[in-house]
Each structure stands twice: as structure tokens, then as C-alpha cells.
Design a protein around this ligand. Structure first.
Ligand code: NAP
Length: 308
């Protein structure tokens, strides 16, 4: 086995603690050697306030994982690439499409790996859903991604600010799966509900159509209390497919075809290790492009103010 890839993690918040640190701790392909965050720290390794100080004064590293809010990701990624590091981008890979395109070009020029990760694509039943749909004729499809923002994103100010995406922060996870399992599609109409005191939407209804006319109706809502829905549905000639639980379970006409244990982040790091060893990049911006299109085409509704 080759030497582990020496990696630093930047942006020590919820996702870094919940997923990246446990995944890295078990992964023999990586050795976590440093962290950087304005306030958060990781025990047992050197910690820095920002990526610039880490890159100048920190231990030798080959790669960084960037887990801060999207508004800060580009500058950190650019600094890391210019310093010769491979880069793992949390989702969404940036706050705009063109900034990530530029990172892709820069990484290619420097011969470094850039990974725009989409964790939901690695949910256990996603590949089974993709295989089912590839062998079926799809008549209609839909996405219901409805959750309680107070439960999942308490007091995350950045998520309501420009570039934080609002309900499209979880919604882009649905789009990352949909763009992997459904035929290519584009937005034909959208309505975005903005709380009167916020700069990002709390709900969105988006209509897509595939090139050959399959309608895909998308409903994102952050005001769902009680049971939460993270479902992708399709009516097909082979039955009614439901990919539920954010990609964890696949049923057709009510019969379970696939259900598996969740291992999204271990799989993401396996993929990143492959990319680094092969000096390749994996940057699919289709989900981000759809979010940009929804903001571009969407009608804006003002709804009641939201308070955490
Ligand atoms: P979070 O809990 O608010 O954590 C983000 C952390 O980033 C903050 O704690 C802050 O660290 C740090 N930060 C802020 N500005 C920074 C900068 N300029 N440089 C470095 N670090 C900075 O948010 P999160 O939920 O972890 O989400 C972060 C990203 O992960 C988002 O893009 C989100 O979409 C994605 N994600 C989240 C989840 C989830 O379940 N929460 C799941 C998958 C992906 P300090 O505390 O040190 O100030």
C-alpha cells in the first residue's frame, strides 16, 4: 500500500465533525495532519485560524478538504491549488458556476486533482435506481425534498445569505441524484419563496423537462415538520419507482429492490484517493447549473418572515 495522503481539513463545523473526521479516522489512504477554521479545532493535530496560515506555517500536506460554507470555498481552493495541493470540495462546490469552472482549469494547468463531491450520489440505493431507470421507459418523474430547517440547520446564518442557497442547500443533494439517474433535463419554470427578512428561499417549486419531453416536478420545502421527505419518484413502464430516504431505499410498486447501510463519506474519500493517485479531477457542475438556472428563471414570491 502506498504512503497515506497527508491531508488537512478546513472549516470545522457540523459536516466536518459529523462525517469528514470519522471517515478520515478510518481511512488508511489518508493521514489527517492539520486543520484550519476561524474557531473550531480538531484534537491531536496542529490547528490554524485560516488556510493561508496553514499553507505557510503548517505541516507538509498534499491535499485539503474544504468544508466551510460555499461563499468561502473558491478563495480557499484557489490558494490551495496555487500551493500545489489536491482539493476536495464539499457540496455545493462553490457559490457560482464560473468560479468552479475556473478552479477546474487551474487544477488542470497545475496537474492537481479537484473533486467536486456530491455525497448523496453515494447513497446506497442510488446505483440500483440508476440501473432500474436505464432499463425502463420513464413517463413522469418528481422530487419531494421537504425538511424542517430548524432541525437540520439551526442558526446557520450563512445558509440564508446570498450564496448560501437557502432550501437549495439540501435541494442540490436531490438534484445531484436526479442528474445521475434521470435523462438530461432543463428547467422550464420555477417559483422561489423568499421569507421577507431573508436573502435565500425557504421553498421552491421547479418544473423540469427532459430533451424528449419527460416532465419532472420538483418540490423543495424547508417548513416541513413531522415526517421528513427526501424522495425521488418515477412512473415507468416497469412500475412506480420510489427512491426514498435521500437515496437509501429503492422500491418499485411498493416492493423493496434495494436498501443498504449508509457509507457516503467513506466512499467519497475512496473516490478522492483514486483521483489523487491518478492525478485526475471529477467536477460535474450539472446540479449547480440547475440551481443557478432556478434563480435565473424563477419567479420570486415574498412569504412570511423566518426566525430560527
Ligand atoms: P456549519 O456547521 O455552519 O460549519 C461551517 C464551518 O465553516 C463553521 O463552523 C466555520 O468555522 C467555518 N468557516 C466559516 N467561514 C470560514 C472560512 N472563511 N474558512 C474556513 N472555515 C470557515 O456548516 P455545515 O453544516 O458544516 O456546512 C458546511 C458545508 O457542508 C456546506 O456547504 C453544506 O452544504 C455542506 N454539507 C452540510 C451537511 C450537513 O448535514 N450539515 C451535509 C453535507 C454537506 P468556525 O466555527 O471555526 O468559525
Amino acid at each position: 500500500m502506498p504512503e497515506p495522503i497527508r491531508i488537512a481539513i478546513v472549516g470545522i463545523g457540523k459536516i466536518a465533525r459529523d462525517q469528514h473526521l470519522p471517515a478520515l479516522a478510518k481511512d488508511k489512504e489518508f493521514r489527517l495532519v492539520a486543520a484550519a477554521s476561524p474557531h473550531g479545532t480538531v484534537d491531536g493535530i496542529p490547528n490554524f485560524r485560516d488556510i493561508e496560515t496553514l499553507l505557510q506555517a503548517g505541516p507538509e500536506i498534499e491535499a485539503v478538504s474544504l468544508c466551510m460554507p460555499p461563499q468561502f470555498r473558491h478563495d480557499a481552493a484557489r490558494a490551495a491549488i496555487l500551493a500545489g495541493k489536491h482539493v476536495f470540495l464539499e457540496k455545493p462546490p462553490g457559490a457560482t458556476v464560473s468560479e468552479v469552472e475556473q478552479l477546474k482549469t487551474l487544477a488542470a494547468e497545475k496537474g492537481l486533482s479537484l473533486f467536486a463531491s456530491w455525497h448523496s450520489r453515494y447513497a446506497p440505493a442510488v446505483e440500483a435506481a440508476r440501473a432500474f431507470l436505464a432499463a425502463a421507459q420513464i413517463k413522469t418523474a418528481g422530487i419531494n425534498w421537504k425538511e424542517d430547517v430548524r432541525r437540520w440547520h439551526p442558526n446557520q446564518a450563512w445558509i440564508w445569505q446570498p450564496g448560501g442557497f437557502g432550501v437549495f442547500d439540501p435541494g442540490i443533494n436531490a438534484l445531484s441524484i436526479a442528474t445521475h439517474i434521470l435523462p438530461p433535463m432543463f428547467i422550464t419554470a420555477a417559483t422561489l419563496d423568499f421569507p421577507e427578512n431573508r436573502d435565500a428561499p425557504i421553498a421552491a417549486q421547479v418544473s423540469f423537462r427532459s430533451a424528449d419531453g419527460i416532465p419532472v416536478a420538483v418540490d423543495f420545502d424547508w417548513r416541513q415538520t413531522g415526517p421528513q421527505s427526501w424522495d425521488i419518484l418515477a412512473e415507468t413502464d416497469k412500475g412506480a419507482m420510489v427512491l426514498s430516504g435521500g437515496g437509501t431505499k429503492l422500491t418499485v410498486d411498493g416492493k423493496t429492490l434495494h436498501e443498504g447501510p449508509e457509507a457516503e463519506y467513506p466512499m467519497l474519500y475512496r473516490r478522492f484517493a483514486e483521483l489523487v493517485r491518478e492525478r485526475k479531477s471529477d467536477v460535474d457542475l450539472t446540479p449547480l447549473q440547475h440551481v443557478a438556472d432556478a434563480f435565473m428563471l424563477g419567479k420570486r414570491n415574498v412569504v412570511e418572515a423566518f426566525f430560527d
